[in-house]
Unconditional design. Structure first.
Length: 203
Protein backbone atom coordinates (compact mmCIF):
# COMPACT_ATOMS: atom_id res chain seq x y z
CA UNK A 1 0.00 0.00 0.00
CA UNK A 2 2.79 2.34 0.88
CA UNK A 3 4.68 1.55 -2.32
CA UNK A 4 1.57 2.43 -4.34
CA UNK A 5 1.41 5.82 -2.63
CA UNK A 6 5.08 6.48 -3.36
CA UNK A 7 4.57 5.47 -7.01
CA UNK A 8 1.62 7.84 -7.30
CA UNK A 9 3.60 10.72 -5.84
CA UNK A 10 6.45 10.10 -8.29
CA UNK A 11 4.12 9.68 -11.25
CA UNK A 12 1.95 12.75 -10.60
CA UNK A 13 4.55 15.36 -11.65
CA UNK A 14 5.20 13.38 -14.85
CA UNK A 15 1.47 13.30 -15.65
CA UNK A 16 1.16 17.01 -14.96
CA UNK A 17 4.11 17.70 -17.27
CA UNK A 18 2.56 15.62 -20.06
CA UNK A 19 -0.73 17.46 -19.64
CA UNK A 20 1.07 20.80 -19.75
CA UNK A 21 2.69 19.95 -23.09
CA UNK A 22 -0.41 18.29 -24.53
CA UNK A 23 -2.98 21.00 -23.86
CA UNK A 24 -1.82 23.54 -26.46
CA UNK A 25 -2.11 20.92 -29.19
CA UNK A 26 -5.83 20.60 -28.43
CA UNK A 27 -6.53 24.30 -29.00
CA UNK A 28 -7.23 25.62 -32.52
CA UNK A 29 -4.30 27.53 -33.95
CA UNK A 30 -5.37 30.68 -35.69
CA UNK A 31 -5.07 34.24 -34.53
CA UNK A 32 -2.13 34.83 -32.17
CA UNK A 33 -2.75 35.42 -28.48
CA UNK A 34 -4.14 38.90 -27.83
CA UNK A 35 -6.03 39.15 -31.12
CA UNK A 36 -9.81 38.85 -31.46
CA UNK A 37 -11.97 37.97 -34.43
CA UNK A 38 -14.51 40.27 -36.07
CA UNK A 39 -16.98 40.04 -38.92
CA UNK A 40 -16.29 41.90 -42.14
CA UNK A 41 -18.55 44.47 -43.81
CA UNK A 42 -18.46 45.00 -47.58
CA UNK A 43 -20.01 48.02 -49.32
CA UNK A 44 -20.43 48.22 -53.09
CA UNK A 45 -22.63 47.92 -56.17
CA UNK A 46 -24.05 44.53 -57.08
CA UNK A 47 -26.05 45.69 -60.11
CA UNK A 48 -25.04 47.94 -62.96
CA UNK A 49 -25.72 51.57 -62.04
CA UNK A 50 -27.48 50.33 -58.90
CA UNK A 51 -27.22 51.77 -55.40
CA UNK A 52 -24.45 50.80 -53.03
CA UNK A 53 -25.40 47.97 -50.71
CA UNK A 54 -23.86 46.70 -47.47
CA UNK A 55 -23.28 43.07 -46.47
CA UNK A 56 -21.80 41.68 -43.26
CA UNK A 57 -20.30 38.23 -42.81
CA UNK A 58 -17.63 36.08 -41.19
CA UNK A 59 -15.56 35.89 -44.40
CA UNK A 60 -15.52 37.18 -47.94
CA UNK A 61 -17.04 33.93 -49.19
CA UNK A 62 -19.89 34.41 -46.72
CA UNK A 63 -20.49 37.92 -48.06
CA UNK A 64 -20.27 36.68 -51.65
CA UNK A 65 -22.95 34.07 -50.92
CA UNK A 66 -25.24 36.81 -49.57
CA UNK A 67 -24.65 38.95 -52.67
CA UNK A 68 -25.58 36.05 -54.96
CA UNK A 69 -28.81 35.54 -53.04
CA UNK A 70 -29.82 39.11 -53.91
CA UNK A 71 -28.40 39.07 -57.44
CA UNK A 72 -27.71 35.54 -58.75
CA UNK A 73 -26.13 37.02 -61.89
CA UNK A 74 -23.54 39.03 -59.96
CA UNK A 75 -19.95 38.64 -61.18
CA UNK A 76 -16.81 40.36 -59.91
CA UNK A 77 -15.64 40.58 -63.53
CA UNK A 78 -18.46 43.07 -64.15
CA UNK A 79 -17.24 45.29 -61.34
CA UNK A 80 -13.53 45.65 -62.05
CA UNK A 81 -12.07 49.09 -61.40
CA UNK A 82 -8.63 49.45 -62.92
CA UNK A 83 -8.27 52.89 -61.36
CA UNK A 84 -8.07 51.24 -57.96
CA UNK A 85 -5.24 48.86 -58.90
CA UNK A 86 -2.21 49.23 -56.65
CA UNK A 87 1.52 48.51 -56.74
CA UNK A 88 4.18 48.14 -54.07
CA UNK A 89 5.49 51.60 -54.93
CA UNK A 90 2.13 53.32 -54.42
CA UNK A 91 0.79 51.39 -51.42
CA UNK A 92 1.17 52.89 -47.96
CA UNK A 93 3.50 50.20 -46.61
CA UNK A 94 5.18 50.37 -43.23
CA UNK A 95 7.10 47.11 -42.85
CA UNK A 96 6.98 43.36 -43.48
CA UNK A 97 7.74 40.65 -40.93
CA UNK A 98 8.46 37.10 -42.11
CA UNK A 99 8.80 35.81 -38.54
CA UNK A 100 5.76 37.11 -36.64
CA UNK A 101 5.16 35.92 -33.11
CA UNK A 102 2.78 32.99 -32.58
CA UNK A 103 1.77 32.61 -36.23
CA UNK A 104 2.15 29.06 -37.53
CA UNK A 105 3.25 28.04 -41.01
CA UNK A 106 0.67 27.62 -43.79
CA UNK A 107 1.00 25.84 -47.13
CA UNK A 108 2.31 28.32 -49.70
CA UNK A 109 0.25 27.02 -52.64
CA UNK A 110 -2.96 27.22 -50.56
CA UNK A 111 -2.19 30.84 -49.70
CA UNK A 112 -1.64 31.50 -53.42
CA UNK A 113 -5.11 30.06 -54.05
CA UNK A 114 -6.52 32.45 -51.45
CA UNK A 115 -4.73 35.38 -53.08
CA UNK A 116 -6.08 34.41 -56.48
CA UNK A 117 -9.58 34.29 -55.00
CA UNK A 118 -9.23 37.76 -53.42
CA UNK A 119 -7.65 39.37 -56.46
CA UNK A 120 -10.10 41.57 -58.31
CA UNK A 121 -12.50 41.87 -55.39
CA UNK A 122 -13.54 45.52 -55.50
CA UNK A 123 -15.63 47.69 -53.21
CA UNK A 124 -15.05 49.16 -49.78
CA UNK A 125 -14.40 46.95 -46.77
CA UNK A 126 -15.16 48.04 -43.23
CA UNK A 127 -13.61 46.81 -39.97
CA UNK A 128 -14.73 47.54 -36.42
CA UNK A 129 -12.51 49.34 -33.91
CA UNK A 130 -9.36 47.61 -32.64
CA UNK A 131 -6.69 47.31 -31.69
CA UNK A 132 -5.77 43.74 -32.69
CA UNK A 133 -9.15 42.96 -34.21
CA UNK A 134 -9.10 40.80 -37.34
CA UNK A 135 -11.45 39.50 -40.02
CA UNK A 136 -10.54 36.25 -41.76
CA UNK A 137 -10.88 37.24 -45.40
CA UNK A 138 -9.76 33.93 -46.88
CA UNK A 139 -9.25 30.45 -45.48
CA UNK A 140 -9.04 26.96 -46.97
CA UNK A 141 -7.19 23.77 -46.04
CA UNK A 142 -5.99 25.40 -42.79
CA UNK A 143 -4.27 28.27 -44.62
CA UNK A 144 -5.64 31.70 -43.75
CA UNK A 145 -5.34 35.35 -44.73
CA UNK A 146 -6.46 37.91 -42.13
CA UNK A 147 -7.10 41.66 -42.26
CA UNK A 148 -6.37 43.24 -38.86
CA UNK A 149 -7.11 46.68 -37.41
CA UNK A 150 -4.68 48.13 -34.86
CA UNK A 151 -6.53 51.44 -34.54
CA UNK A 152 -8.89 52.20 -31.67
CA UNK A 153 -11.55 53.31 -34.18
CA UNK A 154 -13.30 51.64 -37.15
CA UNK A 155 -11.58 51.75 -40.53
CA UNK A 156 -12.53 51.27 -44.16
CA UNK A 157 -10.26 50.35 -47.07
CA UNK A 158 -10.35 49.46 -50.74
CA UNK A 159 -10.76 45.65 -50.69
CA UNK A 160 -8.54 45.22 -53.75
CA UNK A 161 -5.35 45.98 -51.80
CA UNK A 162 -5.55 42.74 -49.76
CA UNK A 163 -4.30 40.48 -52.52
CA UNK A 164 -1.29 42.73 -53.11
CA UNK A 165 -0.25 42.65 -49.45
CA UNK A 166 -0.73 38.88 -49.21
CA UNK A 167 1.19 38.33 -52.46
CA UNK A 168 4.05 40.42 -51.09
CA UNK A 169 4.16 38.19 -47.98
CA UNK A 170 4.13 35.03 -50.09
CA UNK A 171 6.84 36.27 -52.47
CA UNK A 172 9.18 37.34 -49.67
CA UNK A 173 8.48 34.97 -46.78
CA UNK A 174 7.90 31.46 -48.12
CA UNK A 175 10.50 28.81 -47.39
CA UNK A 176 12.84 27.83 -50.19
CA UNK A 177 12.69 24.12 -49.53
CA UNK A 178 10.53 21.10 -50.27
CA UNK A 179 7.99 22.01 -47.54
CA UNK A 180 7.05 25.27 -49.33
CA UNK A 181 5.51 26.95 -46.28
CA UNK A 182 4.78 30.58 -45.52
CA UNK A 183 3.84 32.89 -42.68
CA UNK A 184 4.11 36.63 -42.36
CA UNK A 185 2.56 39.97 -41.54
CA UNK A 186 2.69 43.15 -43.61
CA UNK A 187 1.80 46.48 -42.03
CA UNK A 188 0.30 49.62 -43.51
CA UNK A 189 1.20 53.09 -42.25
CA UNK A 190 -2.54 53.42 -41.58
CA UNK A 191 -2.14 50.98 -38.64
CA UNK A 192 -3.77 47.94 -40.19
CA UNK A 193 -2.07 44.81 -41.47
CA UNK A 194 -2.48 41.63 -43.47
CA UNK A 195 -1.53 38.38 -41.72
CA UNK A 196 -0.84 35.02 -43.39
CA UNK A 197 -0.57 31.71 -41.56
CA UNK A 198 -2.01 28.43 -40.34
CA UNK A 199 -5.55 28.22 -38.97
CA UNK A 200 -7.46 25.05 -38.10
CA UNK A 201 -10.54 26.79 -36.67
CA UNK A 202 -13.18 25.61 -39.19
CA UNK A 203 -10.85 26.44 -42.04
Amino acid sequence: MRSSSIFAVILSPAISMLQTFALPLQDPRGLPSGYSRSNLTWIGNITENGPEMSFNGSSFKDIEAQILQVNPEFSWNDHQDTANSTTLSTRALDHLSCDPNNIWWAQAFRIQEGIDYLRGKTGTCYMEAGPRVCARISCSYKSAIWWCNDNDYPIQEDCSVWSDYAQDILDNCQTNDASSRVRGQEFSIKDWNIMVGFDDDHC
